[in-house]
Design a protein around this ligand. Structure first.
Ligand SMILES: Cc1cc2nc3c(=O)[nH]c(=O)nc-3n(C[C@H](O)[C@H](O)[C@H](O)COP(=O)(O)OP(=O)(O)OC[C@H]3O[C@@H](n4cnc5c(N)ncnc54)[C@H](O)[C@@H]3O)c2cc1C
Length: 817
C-alpha cells in the first residue's frame, strides 16, 4: 500500500485474477479507461495461477458456449495485441464415452454444437485410437472431437489481459486489499481499503474469486459460492509424447488429460468433492496450495493408469490441490446485484474461469456501460439466486455435489441430491404421504410426479421415457377428464399498493393493467430492447392494489426489477408475500363443481368468468380464487393464507374424491402447457425474445396512455414487418423420441432454428416441443405447411411437423368451460 491512489474513479474492479483483468481490459476496449483494478496481493495469486488451462468451447447452454467461444477467438488476437504470450494452442479435444448412454449424451452435445456454430466430429473407437494411440480403449464405445478446443497458460492469459488494459489506459494496483464496499442510498459508491483510505467510484465490480462471498456478505449482498478442493497431478516426462495431443476427457472415469511439455496433467471431477474454507478464506492466501490427499485421488489415478498405461511407470512429479469456487447450480454469477445498485459481480466460475474469462469480461463490461444485460445472460445472471442460497451450510452441502456434476451424466430431469428440503409448502408432508417425488427449484421442494402405490419413489434416468412417463400420463388424463390438484405454493407473489400503483405498473407491464377490480391480466415486462424480462399475471385486487404472480425461480430477479422500476417519489410500495400465500391450482372440467360444492355458490361463466379473480369461502378459509389456466382446461388458482393451507388441502381432497380428483405434479403441468403452446420464461421466452417473435403480440397494449418500457423498440420491430424469428410448435412424427432443448431444426440442408423446450403430450399422444425458426425464412403458416422440417437428435434427423398454433384445443373451448 502507500501507493498514490486517486480519490475518485469511474470503475473499481476488486480482484486481479483472470476475470478481474479481463473486465478491466474489456472496459478499456469500450473506451472506459478511468478504471482502477485493486488486487490484495499479486495478480493471479488466488485460483488463477494453478488452473489446468483447458480451453473448451461447448458448454451446457448457448450463452455459456458463446462466451467460451469468444475467449478462444480472442486469445490469439490478445497475444498479437499485447506481445504477451498466452500459451494458447488449439489441438482440439476428445470426449470418450464408455457406455451407450454417455455416447448418446456426447452425440446430443455434438448436435447442439452445430446450433452454436461449433465444429464437432463423431469418432468411432478406431478414430479415437488414431488420434490418441497412448490409450487403452477397452470398454470405449465412441467419442466426439471438438477441433477448436485447446489449452492455454492461465498466468500468461491474465498477464495479457492486464497488459492490454494498461496499454489502453486502465490502472492496475497490486498489494492493495479492499476492506469493504461503500454503499449509500442503496448504491455502491466506492471502496474502503484495509488502510482506511476511501476511493469513490460510479461502479464497483466484485471479481474476487472465492473471497467474493465474504465481500458481499459484509454489505448484505448474497453471492452463493463456496470453495472446493480441486486436484490434479503432473507426471514426470513421458518419452515420445507428441506435443499436439488433443485434450482428453473421460467423464465416466471423472478424468481429464492434458499434454504439458512432455508430461501428462491428469485432473479430476470426483463424484463427492471436498468443500474448503468453511471458516473463511485465509487472509494471507497467496499462491498457496492445499494439502495433498492421495487417498481421495487414488480411485481416479487407478482408472487412469488402466486407461493410459504409460502413467503406470511415469512417476508423479507434482500432486496439486488448489481451491476453486463452485455455485449451487454450476453456473457462474454475473451482473448487477439485486441488493445494491451500481455493484456488479463476476465470480463463482466452477472450474471454467479461464475459458470463460474473455466472454465474461466482455459482456460484463458492456453491461456496466449500458446498465442493461447486453444479451440473453439469464443462465448466469446473479439475480437467479435466492438469498438463502448464500447460507454457509447450504453451500457446503451443495458443493460436495456440484464439482462432480460437471462430469456426471447430464440426464434430462436430473435432480440435485444434496442440500435438499430447504423450502417446503405447508402441505409437503401430505404430498409426500401420497407418493410425491420431489424436484427442487430455487430451494423449493415441488412435487414433480406422484409414484403410484407399490412403485419406487425415485427417478430412473434415461434419454428416453423415464419411469414417471406413465404416472404423469394418468395425472394428465385426470386433469383432462376430471380434476387435478397442483400445489403451486412456490410461485412468487408480490403486492403493489398505493395511489400510484396503476401508473407505475402500467409503465412496467406491456399489457394494460388499468382494468376493473377483479380482472387478471397476463402480461410481460420488457426491457428497452423489447425483450421479455418477465412473464406474469397481474390481478387488480382493489382500486389501488395489485397482486403479481410469477415463477418460483424468478422471485429474486423479478422483485429486484420491480423495485428498481418504482420511482423514488412514487406513492406506492411493493412487498413480497410469497411465504405467506401458498397457492393450489385446481384444474379440469370438474373443478367448478368442486368449488361450487365447497363454497355453496353458483360459479358459472356469468358469475365467475375467465380472467377474473374473487374471494371465495372454502372450508374455513377465505380464499382468493382466480379463474386462469396454465394447462388448458377449466381451472382456478386458489391463493390461501399459509395457516389455512393444510385444512383447505384436506377439504379439497375429501370433496374431490367423488369427482375423480387426483394430485398432479410439475411434470404433468409441463406436459399440459406444452400441448397448449404456453410459453415458459427462461426456455421459450427470455430477454432476447420480443412478444412479436414469441407470438405474444396479443399481450401488447400499444395505445395505452403513457406507453410502457420497451415500446419504442417493439414499435420499430413492428414497422419492419415480419419478425426475424418465430416461435413454432413442434410435433415429432416418431412419438418414441423426446425433445429436450437446443436440438437443431433443419429445413433441407440448412439449420433454421433450435428447440427451446420439449415434453411428451399425453392428451394428444405425441412427442412435442417448441422452438424458434430464425433467419430469412418467413415461418408463417403457409411456409411451415409447405416446408418439411426435421429435428436433429443425437446426430440423427427426425421429421417434425410445425405450426404456429397449439396442438391441443387451439380454439380454447375447454377453458371456457
Ligand atoms: C485445480 C484447478 C484446475 C483448473 N482448471 C481450469 C481449466 O482447465 N480451465 C478453466 O477454464 N478453468 C480452470 N480452473 C478454474 C479457474 O482457475 C478459475 O475459474 C479462475 O481462475 C477464477 O478466476 P477469478 O479471477 O474469478 O479468481 P481468482 O484467480 O481467485 O482471482 C481473484 C483475485 O481477487 C483477489 N482479491 C480477493 N479479495 C480481495 C480484496 N478484498 N481486495 C483486493 N483483491 C482481492 C485475490 O487475491 C485474487 O487474486 C481450475 C481451477 C483449479 C483450482
Amino acid at each position: 500500500m502507500g501507493q498514490d491512489l486517486p480519490s475518485r474513479t469511474e470503475v473499481i474492479v476488486i480482484g486481479g485474477g483472470v476475470i478481474g483483468c479481463s473486465i478491466s481490459y474489456h472496459l478499456a476496449r469500450l473506451g472506459i479507461t478511468d478504471t482502477l483494478l485493486l488486487e490484495r496481493r499479486q495478480l493471479t495469486c488466488g485460483t488463477t495461477w494453478h488452473a489446468a488451462g483447458l480451453i473448451g468451447q461447448l458448454r451446457a447452454t448457448r450463452v455459456m458456449t458463446e462466451l467460451a467461444k469468444y475467449t478462444s477467438d480472442l486469445l490469439f488476437e490478445l497475444e498479437r495485441e499485447t506481445g504477451q504470450a498466452t500459451g494458447f494452442r488449439q489441438n482440439g479435444s476428445i470426449s470418450l464415452a464408455l457406455n451407450g448412454e454417455r455416447f448418446e449424451e456426447l452425440k446430443r452435445g455434438a448436435s447442439m454444437a452445430k446450433n452454436f456454430g461449433l465444429a464437432a466430429e463423431l469418432l468411432t473407437v478406431e478414430d479415437v485410437r488414431a488420434k490418441y494411440p497412448q490409450l487403452n480403449l477397452d470398454g470405449a464405445v465412441g467419442g466426439v472431437f471438438l477441433p477448436k478446443d485447446g489449452q492455454a497458460d492461465p498466468v500468461g492469459v491474465t498477464q495479457a489481459f492486464a497488459r492490454g488494459a494498461r496499454q489502453r489506459g486502465a490502472r492496475i494496483v497490486e498489494n492493495c486489499p479492499v476492506d469493504t464496499i461503500l454503499v449509500e442510498g442503496g448504491r455502491a459508491v466506492g471502496v474502503r481499503l484495509v488502510d482506511g483510505q476511501e476511493i469513490r467510484a460510479g461502479t464497483v465490480v466484485i471479481a474476487a474469486g472465492m473471497w467474493s462471498h465474504e465481500l458481499g456478505r459484509r454489505i448484505g449482498v448474497s453471492l452463493p459460492l463456496h470453495a472446493a478442493e480441486h486436484f490434479y497431478i503432473v507426471t514426470e516426462q513421458i518419452a515420445g509424447l507428441p506435443s499436439n495431443l488433443p485434450v482428453l476427457r473421460v467423464p465416466d472415469e471423472c478424468a481429464y488429460y492434458k499434454e504439458d511439455a512432455g508430461k501428462i496433467l491428469l485432473g479430476c471431477f470426483e463424484p463427492v468433492a471436498k468443500p474448503w474454507g468453511m471458516a473463511g478464506i485465509p487472509e494471507d492466501f497467496c499462491f498457496d496450495q492445499l494439502p495433498e490427499d492421495i487417498d481421495h485421488f487414488q480411485p481416479i489415478l487407478e482408472a487412469a493408469m488402466a486407461r493410459m498405461p504409460a502413467l503406470e511407470t511415469a512417476g508423479i512429479h507434482t500432486f496439486f490441490n488448489g481451491p476453486e469456487s463452485f455455485t449451487p447450480d454450476d453456473r457462474y454469477l454475473l451482473g448487477e446485484t439485486p441488493e445494491v445498485a451500481d455493484l456488479f459481480v463476476a465470480c463463482g466460475f466452477n472450474s471454467i474461469g479461464i475459458q470463460s474469462s474473455g466472454g465474461a469480461g466482455k459482456v460484463l463490461a458492456e453491461w456496466i456501460q449500458g446498465r442493461a444485460m447486453p444479451a440473453d445472460l439469464i443462465d448466469v445472471d446473479v439475480r437467479r439466486m435466492q438469498p438463502f442460497q448464500s447460507g454457509r451450510r447450504y453451500l457446503k452441502e451443495r458443493t460436495t455435489e456440484t464439482l462432480g456434476l460437471l462430469y456426471a451424466m447430464h440426464w434430462p430431469y436430473r435432480q440435485m441430491e444434496t442440500a435438499r428440503g430447504a423450502r417446503r409448502s405447508p402441505c409437503h408432508d401430505r404430498l409426500a404421504a401420497r407418493g410425491a417425488v420431489f424436484g427442487e427449484v430455487a430451494g423449493w421442494e415441488r412435487p414433480n410426479w406422484f409414484a403410484p402405490e407399490g412403485t419406487e419413489r425415485r427417478y430412473h434416468y434415461s434419454w428416453g421415457r423415464q419411469n414417471w412417463h406413465e404416472p404423469v400420463g394418468e395425472e394428465c388424463r385426470a386433469v383432462r377428464d376430471a380434476v387435478g390438484l397442483f400445489d403451486q405454493s412456490s410461485f412468487a407473489k408480490f403486492l403493489v399498493e398505493g395511489a400510484d400503483a396503476v401508473k407505475v405498473l402500467n409503465r412496467i407491464c406491456c399489457n394494460d393493467i388499468d382494468v376493473p377490480v377483479g380482472r387478471v391480466v397476463y402480461t410481460q415486462w420488457l426491457n428497452e430492447r423489447g425483450g421479455i424480462e418477465s412473464d406474469l399475471t397481474v390481478t387488480r385486487t382493489g382500486e389501488t392494489s395489485f397482486m403479481l404472480v410469477t415463477a418460483a425461480a424468478a422471485q429474486a430477479r423479478d422483485f429486484a426489477w420491480l423495485r428498481r422500476h418504482l420511482p423514488q417519489d412514487a406513492r406506492c410500495h411493493a412487498v413480497d408475500v410469497t411465504s405467506g400465500l401458498p397457492m393450489f391450482g385446481l384444474m379440469g372440467p370438474s373443478s367448478r363443481t368442486l368449488l361450487e360444492r365447497l363454497s355453496g355458490e353458483e360459479l358459472g361463466n356469468a358469475a365467475f368468468p375467465f380472467g377474473t379473480s374473487r374471494e371465495l369461502e372454502l372450508g374455513f378459509a377465505r380464499v382468493r380464487a382466480s379463474r386462469l389456466t396454465y394447462v388448458g382446461e377449466l381451472g382456478y388458482e386458489l391463493y390461501v393464507p399459509a395457516e389455512f393451507a393444510t385444512h383447505l388441502f384436506d377439504t379439497l381432497l375429501a370433496e374431490g374424491e367423488g369427482l375423480g380428483l387426483r394430485l398432479a405434479g410439475y411434470h404433468a403441468m409441463n406436459a399440459l402447457r406444452t400441448e397448449k403452446g404456453y410459453r415458459h420464461w427462461g426456455h421459450d421466452i427470455g430477454v432476447d425474445d420480443t412478444p412479436l417473435e414469441a407470438g405474444l403480440g396479443f399481450c401488447v397494449a400499444w395505445d395505452k396512455p403513457g406507453g410502457f418500457i420497451g415500446r419504442a423498440a417493439l414499435a420499430r420491430l413492428r414497422e419492419q414487418g415480419r419478425p426475424r424469428r418465430r416461435l413454432v410448435q413442434l410435433n415429432l412424427t416418431d412419438p418414441g423420441r423426446l425433445l429436450h432443448h437446443e436440438e437443431p431444426i433443419w429445413s433441407g440442408d440448412r439449420i433454421v432454428g433450435a428447440v427451446t423446450s420439449g415434453m411428451y403430450g399425453h392428451r394428444v399422444g405425441a412427442s412435442l416441443g417448441m422452438g424458434y425458426v430464425t433467419g430469412d425464412v418467413p415461418a408463417d403458416s403457409g411456409w411451415l405447411a409447405s416446408h418439411p422440417l426435421e429435428v436433429e437428435i443425437a446426430c440423427k434427423r427426425v421429421p417434425v411437423q410445425a405450426q404456429l398454433g397449439a396442438w391441443y384445443d387451439p380454439e380454447n373451448t375447454r377453458i371456457r368451460g
